[in-house]
Structures are given as structure tokens and as C-alpha cells.
Design a protein around this ligand. Sequence first.
Ligand code: 7TS
Length: 409
Amino acid sequence: MLSKEIRSHFPILNQEINGYPLVYLDSGATSQKPVQVIEAIKKYYEFENSNVHRGVHTLGNRATESYEGAREKVRKFINARSTQEVIFTRGTTTSLNTVAQSYGRANVKEGDEIVITHMEHHSNIIPWQQLAKETGATLKYIDLEEDGTLSLDQVRSTITDKTKIVSIVYVSNVLGTMNPIKEITQIAHEHGAIMVVDGAQAAPHLKLDVQNLDCDFLAFSGHKMCGPTGIGVLYGKKELLEVMEPIEFGGEMIDFVGLYESTWKELPWKFEGGTPIIAGAIGLAAAIDFLEEIGLDEIEKHEHELAALAMEKMSTIEGLSIYGPVDPSKRAGIVTFNLNDVHPHDVATVLDMNGIAVRAGHHCAQPLMKWLQCTATARASFYLYNTEEDIDRLVAGLRTAKEYFNDVF
Ligand code: 7TS
């Protein structure tokens, strides 16, 4: 387990909610921010605030250096070959929509196939549904195994030579399942398809290496990895990005503008129309520094340990069912559950009365809820600041909830 001292970097955790010390178990929705990130954003606004890429005055140069420095930090973080492959976006949702609209419209036609899975977040479903509708392509789903994992046999039998795009979540935000992205990428490539990875729940928790995965695109959000909201990343292979059209047009992304024709800047700026999210990128860079100092491998290990402990302790509560892989080594720090027939919103409300924050609902994964044959679940998601005591508080809170709703058992 990581040292409890990590918590002291997160000012928000040091407070009481409804009379109890806060236990924050909703990092899957958004993580808390360490003081290092808050300070980096403050410093930017206090000493550097200016627009970027306009290169005349000193503040403008400082802001540009920090913004482009953040891009280099992201490049190293995911091991991309070049900063030209790192595009700043608003988040995972925008990154995935960019691929669907730009690459998709240019490369997918009637009769082609787009392949996703039943465990996708809505942000990795709807852009492809829309693309399929526009182009006449078919959207296909890879079936899940009973324990909520993907089998490579199912992957092989779903991807065909008609498949143009495969887009799969690295770590499920509901089941916690960690998918074999490298192997799936290889299968996609054998059929001439490109591989898109939804890395929203992976980037915060495990070491990413786009060259090793060989994926064509990777999308993730800053706010789930200790960074601020409003900043995200789209990684794409340079040879693909180079021939893709931007989807947002206007200031910043142009080279030359005529009355009837215009040309675009080179990569990555042609995809960053308008004043960019400067403070967001700087905050994200500070978050990467913070995570790397602790070590992504250590963070991943910590979460596996917490998930294993939570599953062990929660399974002692009669009537509580946990979804997703039984083997904790196959999942990240996410434990999704239901307590008999009690609605998860009611469970979450009782937990909140005890100072414990969990998410309840469909987790933006309605097709997965259908697959699980339920309408909603509760979810505890862990991060580097969570401790064994947090799990004990969760288990005690669940026992309280169970007593509270005793009459339904
Ligand atoms: N993909 C996955 C796997 C996610 O978990 C999320 C957000 C997204 C995409 C979208 O990210 P955004 O930053 O563009 O919004 N997931 C959640 C969640 O599980 N609870 O709240 C948001």
C-alpha cells in the first residue's frame, strides 16, 4: 500500500461531511486534485496568464512555453514518438468524437463495420452510432464473458475484413475490467482496421505506452488523473493525423485565410481551433509530475490491493453482489455492486449520511446495465489517496444501509 502521507497533498480530503471525516470513493467520476496542481494553475494565472502562440511579449512567451512544455510532458507520459501526435482537447468525449468525425467520415462507408463492446461508456458508443447512421456502416458489439471480461476468441470472431474501426475501453468504468488492448490491436491490424482506445480510466491508474500497444488513437481526460476539468488528450499516429481534416475551424488552427479558401497549421495545432485550454494543460502537466513522482506502477499496485481487500470485506455482507471479474488482478480499483433490492441511490444516500461518497446510477453505460440485467448499480472507485480505513468505513456504512432498509430483506 502507498503511504497515507499522500492524503496530505489533497486539501479537500481534510474535511467532514455530515459530521464524519470524508471518505471519497468516486474517483472514477473525477479525482481530487493535489495542492501541486492547484498551485500550478494559481501560478499560471498570477504570473503568466496570456494567450499563446502570438510570440511578441514576455507573458505570451511564458504562457506558450508552459503550454507546449505540458504537451512534451504528455508525450513522455504516454511514450508517443512526437509532440505532433499529442492534441489537447476538452476530454475523452471530445477526443473520441474527433476521431469518429474526422477519421470516420473520411474512411468509413456503407457496408463497413465498426466494432465496440458491451462494456463501453456512452462516450465510446454514441459517436460510433452516429457515424454508422451517417455512413451506412454496421455497428457490431463484442460479447462479454460471464465475468465481464473479453475473450480474444470473441474478439477474433467479431472483427472481420469489413471492420474499419475497433474502439474499446482499456479499463471499464463499471466492471473495472482491464482489457488486453495490445492483443486486440494486433487482431484489428491483421484485418486492416484501426484501433481506438478509450483510456479515460486507464491513464490515471496504469503506465501507458502507445508505441508498445501500437494503438492508432488513444483518448483520456485530465480530471480523472489529478488534473483539472476541461482538459484532455487525443493521441494519434502522425501518419493518420496528418491526412485527417480538423473538425473545428477558426482562430489558432489556420496557416493562411483567404476570402474563399484557407489552409491549416501543421500538427498538432490544426486540431486545436480557438484559444486553447492553457491553464488546463499546465494543471495536467503538474498532475503528471505528481503521479510520476509516486510512480504509476506503485499506484496500480495500490489499487489492486484496495480492490482485493474491498471485494474480500464486502463479500462478507449477505445480499451484496459485486459485478465484474472475480479475480482482483483482472480489475482496476473499481468495485460496482448492489445490495439486494435496495435502489443504489438509496444505498449511496445512506453512505453519504455517513460521510462516504460513492456513485450510483447507470454510470453512462446503459447498454452494460442491460447486459448486467439491472437498471443501476452503486460504485466505489479508489485512487492513490484511499486507504484500508476507507474500505472499513465503506463496509460499516453498507452494514448501516442494510439495517436501515431491513424491511426489504
Ligand atoms: N470513457 C470512460 C471509460 C469513462 O469512464 C468516462 C467518464 C468517459 C469516457 C468520459 O470522460 P469525459 O471526461 O469526457 O467525461 N466516466 C465517468 C464515470 O464513470 N462517472 O462519471 C464519469
